[in-house]
Design a binder for this molecule. Sequence first.
Ligand SMILES: [Zn+2]
Length: 93
Amino acid sequence: MPLDIYHYMSDLRNMNEKRVWSMLSEYIDNNDMTGICLCPICVVDIAAITLNSIPPHYQTEENLSVAAERVSDVEIYKQIKKAVAVVARRPHH
Ligand SMILES: [Zn+2]
């Protein structure tokens, strides 16, 4: 395998990252977040915990238009809720 294949790795994207960011932003806007720290460290922790709770979905940028959603929005929402509870209990700072 040619070593320059690594160059093409930069075209790989975990399609779930965008979905989690968008759903997390919506979650924060539409839920009572009283008592939950929303500093960048905690919000990124919530996103990281959520992403680690669902299978990754890598694709090349070329194939963006044919992206099939392998994890449902309901499942992502459920994992965001759990991640918020984890970070609220034990903030990383
Ligand atoms: Zn915080």
